[in-house]
Design a protein around this ligand. Structure first.
Ligand code: F6P
Length: 581
């Protein structure tokens, strides 16, 4: 800071510093928190704090205006702590954040991932063949379909037994190796499809497993009960450099070649990557590699070969095509629907409202179907890797917290776990996801309310329990012992939203995926951050490399641990000593 400013009078000094910061913001692009609509919403919180959901819910016009339907998906957000006025203020915020222009920039292939100088075009992965989507001056859709056609051809061959293993046996089992975005999305979709009657029929007796963790325990679990002769390994890595994936790939290459000979690798290992040179260097025939592109972010890659290949091998290409069509339906809606009727936009705005204005840092994802048990882990990555940022897209430190903590479990399991905290402890906005028709209905002869109705009773009850709560007066009228009244009181006024899907098949799974992907993008666009990079994962990775080098030097040359702080040196030394015998 120049000496003249330091010597200025304190008040004047403050004014000058404020002016410099402001000027810096103007140069770097205005922060959303400096806009009139943001400040307007901040002021509006006081109004909302005077309300309670049990009163807001009596206004049927308000509730009606907070329900909408698109292509079978029904959204009810009337249990959010919002009024009609709140929604209109949020829509003004969207305008001031230039949300429409930002969405258009994404669909137009502009380099909105500015720190990596890349476009963000996962929507092109599920575009129909006749669509034009330009990335870097060229229509990328033909490239997408070239890979999709190749996947269809290859997966058909493996499934019908015209591509066999080295000993002539049909490859009925697939292990997909990958981590993060090269794992969580495909696992979510696989878990959701597993019990869908059409998909499971098409899977026949085939098995699909996922090896992600570098922990040798995960290797053991994955190969347990499998015969290399009937197993196909798909190595999935955008970069083909991720330490965990590459070590797991070398481990399974060894598993195959020690059982069947090194020449078997070409029949038993294929790859999905953007880095085809490294695929070849690893020893996988480039003809057996399925490409994707740097305009697909890892956590947005499930609709590329990352997900489409393993899922097509398991369920057949037509099932996966339906999944892509579902995602496409939401892409079109997101791109074209007016914001007041746009599901991902509304969900994104409500999340911003909950996080940045009402101060609720977490979100619970609560699907009422076991088939969606891997939805929350997938959305955790999509959301927290995308929006867990501390600076704006222009590099200015944010004066507010962006991102949210996502977690969740299917109902009703979660009810017997963390719902206590949600009902009487911290306020956590909840997404309730219900399905009208179960994938696997059960009708017991003597029961009128079938098993799915029983599950769905909870889906309908929980949002109202959270919204209305239970007052001490109600408890007293029930003659509850006075000393128990505080313990049995529910404050209510806890926000949630409900999504109701007609069924859970490949198409609906695609829709659900795209709703969350776009909602998360909306949040990032409003906060003014780059939702498409992930520099925060780098520091830990490079420190792990330093440790790896130390372990190598200590084991190979007996070198003592050096270059680490006192605590890490102690821990590492103990680990090396204890694991030596
Ligand atoms: O966790 C960091 C990350 O880079 C994710 O963004 C990505 O999905 C994952 O690692 C796996 O990367 P790759 O597909 O390159 O192996």
């Amino acid at each position: 800071m120049p000496r003249r400013i330091i010597s200025a009078k304190p008040k004047l000094r403050l004014i000058i510093i404020f002016f410099i910061i402001h000027l810096h913001h103007l140069q770097m692009g205005t922060l959303i928190s400096d806009t009139a609509s943001w400040k307007n919403l901040k002021d509006h919180v006081g109004e909302i704090d005077k309300t309670h959901l049990c009163d807001l819910m009596t206004d049927t016009d308000r509730c009606k205006s907070m329900m909408l339907e698109f292509d079978g998906i029904f959204l009810d957000y009337s249990r959010q702590r919002t009024t009609v006025d709140t929604m209109s203020k949020l829509l003004t915020l969207a305008k001031e954040a230039r949300l429409k222009q930002k969405i258009d920039s994404m669909f137009n292939g502009e380099h909105i991932n500015s720190t990596e100088n890349r476009s963000v075009l996962h929507v092109a992965l599920r575009a129909s063949k006749d669509t034009t989507i330009n990335g870097d001056g060229k229509n990328v859709v033909p490239d997408v379909w070239q890979v999709l056609d190749k996947i269809q051809e290859f997966s058909d061959k493996v499934r019908n037994g015209s591509w066999v293993g080295a000993t002539g046996k049909v490859l009925t089992n697939v292990i997909a190796i990958g981590i993060g975005g090269s794992f969580l999305g495909p696992l979510f979709v696989h878990t959701a499809l597993q019990t869908d009657p059409a998909a499971s029929k098409s899977a026949g007796g085939r098995q699909l497993r996922f090896l992600a963790n570098v922990d040798p325990v995960d290797v053991a679990r994955n190969i347990s009960g499998l015969n290399p002769e009937t197993t196909l390994v798909v190595v999935v890595s955008k970069t083909f450099t991720t330490a965990e994936t590459m070590l797991n790939a070398r481990t399974l290459r060894e598993w195959i070649s020690s059982a069947l000979g090194p020449q078997a690798v070409s029949k038993h290992m294929v790859a999905v990557s953007t880095n085809l040179k490294l695929v070849e260097k690893f020893g996988i025939d480039p003809n057996n590699a399925f490409a994707f592109w740097d305009w697909v972010g890892g956590r947005y890659s499930v609709c590329s070969a990352v997900g489409v290949l393993p899922l097509s091998l398991q369920y057949g290409f037509p099932v996966v095509e339906k999944f892509l069509e579902g995602a496409r339906s939401i892409d079109q809606h997101f791109h074209s629907a007016p914001f007041e009727n746009n599901i991902p936009v509304l969900l994104g705005l409500l999340s911003v409202w909950n996080v940045s204005f009402l101060g609720y840092p977490a979100r619970a994802i609560l699907p009422y179907t076991q088939a969606l048990e891997k939805l929350a882990p997938h959305i955790q990555q999509v959301s927290m890797e995308s929006n867990g940022k501390g600076v704006s897209i222009d590099g200015v430190r944010l004066p507010f917290e962006a991102g949210e903590i996502d977690f969740g479990e299917p109902g009703t399991n979660g009810q017997h776990s963390f719902y206590q905290l949600i009902h009487q402890g911290r306020v956590i906005p909840c997404d309730f996801i219900g399905i009208v028709k179960s994938q696997q209905p059960v009708y017991l002869r003597d029961e009128v309310v079938n098993n799915h109705d029983e599950l769905m009773s909870n889906f309908f009850a929980q949002p109202d329990a959270l919204a209305y709560g239970k007052t001490p007066e109600q408890l007293q009228s029930e003659n509850i012992a006075p000393h128990l009244v505080p313990h049995k009181t529910f404050t209510g006024n806890r926000p949630s939203l409900s999504l109701l899907l007609p069924s859970l098949d490949a198409y609906r799974i695609g829709q659900l995926l795209a709703i969350y992907e776009h909602r998360i993008a909306v949040e990032g666009f409003i906060w003014g951050i780059n939702s498409f990079d992930q520099w925060g994962v780098e520091l830990g990775k490079s420190l792990a490399s330093q440790v790896r080098r130390q372990l190598h030097a200590s084991r190979k040359k007996g070198e003592s641990v050096q270059g680490f702080n006192f605590s890490t040196t102690k821990l590492l030394t103990r680990y090396l000593e204890a694991s030596a015998d």
